[in-house]
Ligand binder design. Structure first.
Ligand SMILES: [Zn+2]
Length: 245
């Protein structure tokens, strides 16, 4: 289905439209390209990595790597506006067949296969892997916490948490979250570890509140927002992260 940029913009909520316009006017559009009915660009935002946006006018689809859950985010709006009002910023070139990353094949790998793959990838391309891990976690962070076993998702008392922490060396409660900073011998080892944490989260359906990759350090923090505190789910996730090492 052929898509017109105007009809795409008409689908955006008023507030999103306004924020998207501001992004565009502030020059947040980076590396804009166009080819055979498709637009691709990166849009700078609050994330340390610009979000990637693609609009496929021929197929009538669009997507963005940001965690926004509505129909159209401000980044897609910014790219659509740029295409209408400043088409000259889009470099014309052949665009790669950018299909969304499918996670299923990763999830079926054995731990050993996964490690070999991640270590190799982190050595060869630490930057993109870091970006992937960051966006992935950001997207999946909010979907966890609710439902499931009630007891598992009840907030624990300070005493209960302290008792459990004995089994989790290095983990501590910081600003209401269960967190630990891991150190590594190299930047790429840290990145590979972070991606493993992301994959673990995807498998167990409990995601870290934040996963920060620093120079040879990775900080992992858990909290169950739906419970308003640290729960058994968080402690179990921390134990599983320990087991990755
Ligand atoms: Zn977006």
């Amino acid at each position: 289905m052929r898509l017109e940029l105007e009809s795409l913009l008409a689908l955006a909520e008023e507030g999103v439209l306004e924020r998207g316009r501001r992004r565009f006017l502030q020059g947040a559009i980076l590396e804009a390209a166009r080819g055979r009915g498709r637009l691709q660009a990166r849009v700078a935002g609050s994330s340390p990595f610009p979000y990637r946006v693609e609009i496929d006018l021929r197929r009538g689809g669009w997507r963005c790597t940001c965690p926004y859950r509505g129909l159209i985010c401000k980044h897609v709006v910014a790219v659509a506006l740029a295409a209408l009002e400043a088409p000259e910023i889009f470099v014309r070139r052949r665009l790669g067949r950018a299909s969304p990353i499918r996670l299923e094949p990763f999830l079926t790998l054995s731990e050993e296969e996964l490690m070999r793959f991640l270590w190799g990838l982190a050595e060869a391309r630490p930057g993109p892997l870091h970006e992937f891990a960051h966006h992935w976690l950001e997207r999946h962070r909010e979907k966890c916490g609710g439902g499931g076993d009630r007891n598992m998702a009840d907030p624990l008392s300070e005493a209960q948490i302290q008792q459990e922490l004995v089994r989790l060396p290095g983990w501590a409660v910081v600003a209401g979250r269960l967190e630990k900073t891991f150190s590594f011998g190299s930047y790429s080892e840290g990145v590979a570890f972070a991606v493993k944490v992301a994959l673990l989260a995807e498998r167990s359906d409990h995601h870290p509140d934040s996963l920060e990759i620093m120079w040879r350090k990775v900080r992992v923090a858990y909290v169950t927002h739906s419970a308003g505190g640290i729960t058994q789910l968080d402690l179990e996730a921390a134990a599983k992260v320990e087991a990755l090492l």
